[in-house]
Design a protein around this ligand. Structure first.
Ligand SMILES: [Zn+2]
Ligand SMILES: [Zn+2]
Length: 726
């Protein structure tokens, strides 16, 4: 008797060994039809896999039970599509293209191939390859697995003359031997009938047949190396993607297209929002006047909300002493992601005159004094500073660091005056600039940079106050995102890993803080998921993920509860019992950084910012020279009302002026001719509406715009003309 346990805990019994497909059919015929693969004892397998011992079992279909695309099923579809693409490429370009390695990825799959001299795979071949892929999918050939004993299997692979597959087979056999799997066979998958149709050495799993792939296509080519080793063979990496249906693939391709149009690096350049200059340094953003307006407006908006919530603004320097970061733990443990320390010139000169080598200097920089180590270790009750970095005082080299985090500075402000429980919570906010050493290959416009300004704040509170503070953080995010009309977002609550005890702080406090994070998420009506094991070692956290207008998800910032730093820095307040207590600290930077957030906003709005964020809010366009004085006067009135306005008094024709303003995505154009001047009126054009809307008294136009700016709204002038904007 064979016992198969299903995800809901139900157990099915079978007399004889069964295949995954048979188990699926026993649950329901519809499920068997929808099944793409299965999970046996947690491992993804072919539906044809024979189960001969008791096991847990689940069917993988296109969608999960809560109607979301099933990522594991999609990954099986995509790897199956890699086989189909490889077959199509060999059909189109010849069997002398040798296949090496073809896994699925986050957005599709790739296959690394050796392309012999004189041949190449390029976009010119894509049409033919895609046509062949479509045919193979249509033919709906089964993926047929068969196995051959290790030695016989290896001999078969060797006889085929593809050294990459021989390498793969040898590695598979070596790995099996290491895990003591005796007589391990190699597995092959034919796309159709073994011996007749195309086949590939592969571990699997695959969907039952090519027709189940839905839709697939080749996307791009790049170069790669065998095993990623530059000294090894140069290969061609062919990228493709696949989805369960043509509609899903079309949606993805549209999204890619749309994303390309919205690329913040391209729009940022066209609208002159920011600049990155090699001579200043990679990943260091120069905010131009136009971009600075957006950043400043966002900053003003967030600051207003913070003031309402009782935050206090602080300013701190961009550097701090190494000792500070040794106490906080940011140095030397995270030194690889930081700019190197700044050592005082006198100290460097002295050491070099003593013949000190670079290695010795580094060693002295990275060390922590015995005194500091014993203080911190005593407070944390753990080896927070490990013995191998401890050095005698006279060997240490002092210096400064560009700050990787604002927390230590804020902690020092908190600690600079005594606190009673009555003054808590203390909420210190700063748009604080920090520096991280990202690999140059990782840098990307505004979204991955080496210097960025966090919308940072640190809250110092009692354990009882944690819950309300987290609610406050979430409601701020809600206000800001709803004003920006970004209404689709979710939060992920990072909790302890129940099987791990690396966490700092009392378990009952963790229970409270975790419950506080969950409650905050649920009372605000925000979609949230729980992620066990995703908490930091020092406290639970909430991460924010927003969906932009084309459905892409961006991770923004976090709210983190911290039981560690207050101990490391020996913080305290006097409680109601007149005794010293250690506060809880909350780090929060819900939008992450202004750089990243602005990058996301540029893509979200495709550069067409709402009025209050627009660098140039109104452009006044005189029809001819005759009305340029009136245009200048209007600009002055607009500016006096706090509106960012310019006049285009060039000799261009009005159509050209309109086109220029539209290209710069200016939300409002005020066109002025002699009749407007006489009537003290403007003829209005709104961004995105392809016509003049008619005249409006200038004073009313200005007053309406002022209201729209103040309310951070979007529709007021349009409403005046009875137009609704998209
Ligand atoms: Zn495969
Ligand atoms: Zn912090």
């Amino acid at each position: 008797m064979l016992q198969i346990t299903l995800p809901d805990g139900a157990v099915k019994s079978f007399e004889n060994p069964v295949t995954g497909l048979e188990v699926a059919a026993s649950i329901g015929p519809k499920l068997a039809l929808a099944a793409l693969a299965c999970k046996i004892n947690g491992e993804t397998r072919d539906l044809s896999t024979v189960i001969s011992t008791d096991a847990t079992f689940a069917v993988l279909t296109e969608k999960t039970r809560d109607k979301q695309p099933d990522k594991e099923a999609l990954s099986v579809i995509r790897h199956s599509a890699a086989h189909v693409m490889a077959e199509a490429i060999q059909d189109v370009l010849g069997k002398d293209i040798l296949l090496a390695y073809g896994p699925s990825t986050e957005t599709g799959f790739f296959y690394d191939m050796f392309v012999p001299a004189g041949k190449s795979i390029s976009t010119d071949h894509f049409e033919k390859i895609n046509a062949r892929i479509a045919e193979i999918i249509k033919e709906n050939r089964p993926f047929s697995r068969y196995e051959q004993a290790g030695a016989a299997g290896l001999a078969k692979v060797k006889s085929e003359g593809n050294k990459y597959k021989v390498d793969n087979a040898e590695r598979a056999l070596a790995a099996a031997a290491e895990h003591n799997v005796s007589a391990s066979p190699l597995s092959f998958y034919a796309t159709g009938v073994p011996g007749t149709n195309w086949e590939d050495l592969c571990r699997g799993p695959h969907v039952p047949s090519t027709g189940r792939i839905g839709a697939a296509r080749v996307m791009s080519v790049a170069s790669s190396y065998w095993h990623g080793d530059e000294k090894s063979d140069r290969l061609t990496r062919v990228y493709g993607t696949a989805f369960a249906s043509q509609a899903d693939l079309d949606h993805y391709l549209n999204q890619l297209d749309e994303a390309k149009k919205r690329d913040h690096r391209v729009i940022g350049k066209a609208l002159r929002l920011f600049h990155i200059d090699e001579q200043v340094g990679q990943g260091l953003i120069l905010w131009t006047p136009a971009g600075s307006v957006i950043r400043q407006e966002l900053q003003n908006f967030i600051s207003e909300e913070l003031r309402k919530q009782g935050y206090q603004q602080v300013f701190t320097p961009h550097i701090g002493r190494l000792d500070l970061y040794k106490t906080s733990g940011h140095f030397p443990y995270y030194k690889d992601s930081q700019y190197p320390p700044i050592i005082e010139r006198d100290a460097l000169e002295l050491l070099s005159s003593q013949g000190c080598s670079c290695a010795e200097m580094l060693n002295r920089v990275d060390g922590v004094s015995a005194k500091l180590a014993s203080e911190v270790n005593e407070r944390t009750g753990a080896e927070a500073i490990p013995a191998h970095v401890v050095r005698p005082d006279d060997q240490l080299l002092d210096g400064y660091m560009l700050k990787p985090m604002n927390c230590p500075h804020h902690i020092k402000i908190f600690a600079s005056s005594p606190h009673s429980y009555r003054d808590l919570p203390v909420r210190l906010a700063e748009f604080g600039t920090v520096y991280r050493w990202e690999q140059s290959g990782e840098l990307n416009g505004l979204t991955r940079v080496r210097g960025f300004t966090q919308d940072d704040a640190h809250l110092f509170c009692t354990q009882e106050q944690v819950s309300a503070e987290i609610v406050g953080c979430l409601s701020l995010v809600k206000t800001v995102l709803s004003t920006l009309k970004m209404n689709e977002y979710r939060v992920r609550v990072g909790l302890r890993d129940p099987d791990n005890n690396k966490y700092i702080g009392a378990s009952e406090n963790w229970d409270l803080a975790e419950a506080a994070c969950r409650d905050a998420a649920s009372t605000l009506g925000v979609a949230y998921t729980e992620a066990p094991g995703e908490a930091a070692f020092y406290g639970p956290k909430i991460d924010f993920m927003i969906k932009d207008v084309i459905g892409r998800e961006w991770q923004l910032g976090t709210v983190q509860v911290d039981y560690n730093l207050p101990i490391r820095f020996n913080l305290s307040y006097i409680g109601a019992d007149n005794k010293q207590h250690c506060p809880v600290m909350i780090h929060r930077a819900p939008f992450g950084s202004l750089e990243r957030f602005c990058g996301v906003l540029i893509e979200h709005f495709a550069g067409a910012f709402p009025l209050w964020l627009s660098p140039e809010q109104v452009r006044v366009l005189p029809i001819s020279e005759k009305t340029s004085d009136y245009a200048h006067a209007l600009v002055k009135q607009l500016r006096d009302a706090g509106i960012r306005a310019t006049a285009d008094v060039s000799n261009e024709r009005i159509q050209a002026k309109v086109k220029d303003a539209a290209e710069m995505k200016v939300p409002y154009m005020a066109i002025v001719g002699p009749r407007d001047a006489e009537a003290q009126a403007v003829s209005v054009r709104i961004r995105g509406v392809q016509k003049d809307l008619g005249a409006m008294p200038a004073a009313e136009f200005i007053a309406t715009l002022s209201r729209e700016v103040q309310s951070r709204g979007t529709q007021s002038v349009a409403a005046h003309f009875g137009v609704t904007l998209a």
